[in-house]
Design a binder for this molecule. Structure first.
Ligand SMILES: [Zn+2]
Length: 375
């Protein structure tokens, strides 16, 4: 699509890091020149932004990975991916908020999740370079802004990105006792079909993750909950284009020395493709935090759960893990059995019969996670 005059230059080149093993499985035409830098595992390439969609589409078709790579505004930022990521600081996890968790759980409502998925998937798409992608972000900013009324401890900001116009959205619930310690809960706001500005309702990928995030916020507010630590709820821009929204936000946090004690990424929650209820991504995530989430399920929810590997740069948790923050992704199914309709015009709520029964489980898990971690 044409660049919007007077704003940002949408034709700036982009630097991409990919796993070298993946390059062989993709169309050679995507990689016209040699990598600019590499180590044994990862290679850095320069892309025109117009070609980025083809890379994302190729990765999705060949590997069913979305996106499966990181994209950056500068070569300098991309080169960081050749370094070994820092180990997350070991921390103790405990479960002792049972009374509060059990009081709040019945407030989680499927109808409310359905309503949020319906609103988000009503946009033609939420493409990060498209007008309706910007509109969807503005809509969410307004909705979350309405939650701050009468709550001086709640604030909402639009996080602007230098290279594209879709903004990430952040709702902060300031901690009453240790506000400098932060828990992050969220998922990506954008959607894509094919390689560009096509119809992409993205009901499962990922209106369902944003709707779950929204539901956790609503229930915490309705229950009069005030966290001891700060909780930041996020809807990331441009995940499908190389985890760019979460990349920018996590980089800003790292630069400012924000103490992120845990990150929960919600990306695809409403399609029950496998036998068990919830599957944790086991690579590029925190094993300790994943175990804690499993314990939350066993203690409060009684769902079945498993795990699987999803590979390089497969969703927004990877941006946070890479900076040494403990991150996890509870996912709707195994890797192979996830929703076959994503990245197409048919990723609609009708595919799940207009229901959000599966998403409901993730909202309940996210709620327990928030209350037991932000104490
Ligand atoms: Zn997604």
């Amino acid at each position: 699509m044409p660049a919007v005059p007077g704003r940002v230059d949408l034709e700036q080149p982009v630097w991409v890091s990919v796993e070298k093993g993946d390059v062989a499985a993709l169309d050679e035409a995507l990689f016209k020149s040699a990598p600019l830098a590499q180590n044994q595992r990862v290679a850095i390439y320069k892309f025109a932004p117009s070609e980025l969609g083809r890379l994302a589409d190729g990765m999705h078709r060949a590997m069913r990975r979305a996106p499966g790579f990181f994209a950056y505004d500068t070569l300098e930022a991309a080169l960081e991916d050749l370094k070994t990521p820092p180990e997350p600081q070991a921390r103790a996890y405990s479960l002792d908020q049972g009374v509060r968790v059990r009081e709040l759980l019945p407030l989680v409502k499927e109808e409310s999740i359905v309503s949020a998925i319906t609103s988000l998937s009503s946009y033609r798409n939420r493409y990060y370079r498209g007008a309706t992608g910007v509109d969807a972000s503005k809509w969410l900013q307004q909705l979350w802004g309405s939650y701050a009324e009468g709550r001086p401890d709640i604030s909402v900001e639009a996080f602007k990105h230098a290279a594209f116009q879709q903004e990430s959205v952040i709702l902060t619930m300031r901690g009453a006792a240790e506000p400098e310690k932060v828990i992050v809960i969220g998922g990506h706001l954008d959607s894509i079909a094919g390689s560009g500005d096509n119809p992409a309702p993205g009901a499962d990928d990922n209106a369902s993750g944003v709707a779950v995030t929204n539901e956790i916020i609503k229930v915490l507010i309705a229950g009069g909950y005030r966290p001891a630590k700060t909780i930041k709820f996020m809807a990331f821009a441009a995940e499908e284009a190389g985890l760019r929204g979460s990349g920018d936000v996590s980089a800003a946090f790292q630069k400012e020395g924000v103490k992120v004690e845990g990150m929960l990424n919600l990306d695809m929650t409403n399609y029950k493709g496998s036998e068990k209820d919830i599957y944790f991504v086991s690579d590029n995530t925190s094993a300790d935090q994943n175990a804690f989430l499993g314990k939350l399920i066993d203690t409060y929810l009684g769902y079945t759960w498993g795990s699987f590997k999803c590979g390089y740069g497969c969703s927004d948790h990877a941006s946070w893990s890479k900076k040494g923050y403990p991150a996890s992704t509870p996912f709707e199914s195994t890797y192979e059995q996830c929703n076959p309709y994503i990245h197409k015009a048919v990723d609609t709520l009708a595919q799940t019969g207009g229901r959000a029964e599966h998403s409901l489980k993730f909202a309940r898990l996210g709620l327990a996670y928030a209350v037991e971690l932000a104490k």
